[in-house]
Design a protein around this ligand. Structure first.
Ligand code: NAD
Ligand code: DAU
Length: 340
């Protein structure tokens, strides 16, 4: 199988490429990535060394650039496209929504149009639970039938993309599948997101900035479980379907932060409550019974073991962590947290 993976230098894309190379020896991957602040070529340096030019190829390009995408599709002629490329951080979307619309909405439409013109037989669009909005404590988990009620510019841009995918399916018979997943954690996650940020702050013995009262709840899924789910959807999912993936691990932010402090042996006095994120979603939870029934998906990792393994990965890859904290990273972080 020839796979065009967009956003493969980011957190989940990197893990998905590694998953494909390790589990599907007949699969060849072309990674198309714009290399924004969140994209890191180093993530796949070993894959490039071992499989570059045979099973792994890289093209620096923007999914919103129609000419570039058309020429890559013509050259590579993939059997499927998996679209991970996105602006992915909610706080950045609050600071500046514009690139979220350009990449997440326009980029998805440009990529689909090029795929349609080239007759690509499969398109998997990677979306998120955030498109459903926020749950109250006693409400049931999101199903694929929940209305789209996004609350941040990020989730609105992801919902916009999902609606465009749906329209392509309905109007043009475009062969797309949408997957929606809860909060991922694991190796190669950029340290602007809760878990790697708190690990990094704990090691520095800096303040661990918890938004609001820390009682917001996320449903955590190990990135390997997400990659497994996407792989099942890619290879066996029904055209036009939407599949939810979750991790069976609803935890409040403060519990996650305390667990990290315990694992790192640092004191809870490092926790600092800061001004809440505007429009902060209270709770996400995913009902993934459709994926369970139709794809045989079930998450394999327990959150506590997965968190301990993730911490070990960061411990063994401190150089990676230092490397990604570039000038652009520091600039956003100091501005964002300076205002809190
Ligand atoms: P990330 O920010 O770590 O990586 C995004 C990647 O996309 C980077 O490599 C970046 O360079 C690339 N990119 C950005 N704009 C691009 C463009 N215009 N053209 C080509 N490449 C571009 O993101 P992630 O956490 O790996 O998320 C990947 C996808 O999964 C996103 O679509 C996100 O919405 C979705 N998702 C993420 C999570 C999560 O918990 N991280 C959960 C559910 C869904
Ligand atoms: O639910 C899936 C989504 O998960 C993905 O679609 C997004 O791409 C991904 O970024 C993530 O969004 P969240 O906003 O849930 O993740 P984040 O790691 O930014 O925050 C998780 C929770 O932790 C959230 O309730 C906000 C809180 N938080 C976050 C940061 C960065 C803090 O309390 N302090 C912080 O410094």
């Amino acid at each position: 199988m020839r796979l065009l993976i967009t956003g493969g230098c980011g957190f989940i894309g990197t893990n998905f490429i590694r998953y494909q190379i390790a589990n599907h020896p007949q699969t060849t991957v072309l990674n198309l990535d714009k290399l924004t602040y969140a994209g890191n070529l180093l993530n796949l340096a070993d894959i490039e060394k071992e499989h570059g030019g045979t099973r792994y190829f890289f093209e620096k390009a923007d999914i919103a650039d129609a000419t570039a995408v058309q020429s890559i599709l013509k050259k590579f002629s993939p059997d499927a496209i998996i679209n991970f490329a996105a602006e992915s951080h909610v706080d950045r979307s609050i600071s500046d929504p514009a690139p979220f619309v350009t990449t997440n909405v326009l980029g998805t439409q440009v990529l689909m149009q090029a795929a349609r013109d080239a007759g690509i037989p499969r398109f998997v669009h990677i979306s998120t639970d955030e498109v459903y909005g926020s749950l109250k404590a006693d409400e049931p988990a999101f199903t694929e039938q929940n209305p789209l009620l996004p609350n941040s510019p990020y989730s609105a841009s992801k919902a916009g993309a999902d609606l465009m995918v749906r329209a392509f399916v309905e109007t043009f018979g475009f062969p797309a599948i949408i997957t929606r997943c809860s909060n991922n954690y694991g190796p190669y996650q950029f340290p602007e997101k809760l878990i790697p940020l708190m690990i990094s702050k704990a090691w520095e013995e800096g303040n661990l900035p918890v938004y609001g009262d820390g009682l917001n709840i996320r449903d955590w899924i190990h990135v390997e479980d997400h990659c497994h789910g996407i792989d099942l959807a890619l290879r066996t999912g029904k055209e036009g379907a939407i599949y939810n993936f979750g991790g069976n691990a609803e935890r409040s932010n403060i519990d996650v932060v305390k667990a990290i402090l315990k694992l790192t042996g640092k004191p809870e006095s490092l926790i600092t409550y800061v001004k809440d994120r505007p429009g902060h979603d209270k709770r996400y939870a995913m009902d993934y019974s459709l994926a369970q029934r139709e794809l045989g998906y079930t998450p394999a990792h327990s959150f506590e073991q997965g968190l301990a393994d993730t911490l070990k990965w960061y411990e063994n890859n401190k150089e990676w962590l230092d490397n990604v904290k570039s000038g652009a990273y520091m600039e956003f972080m100091s501005r964002w947290y300076g205002e809190r």
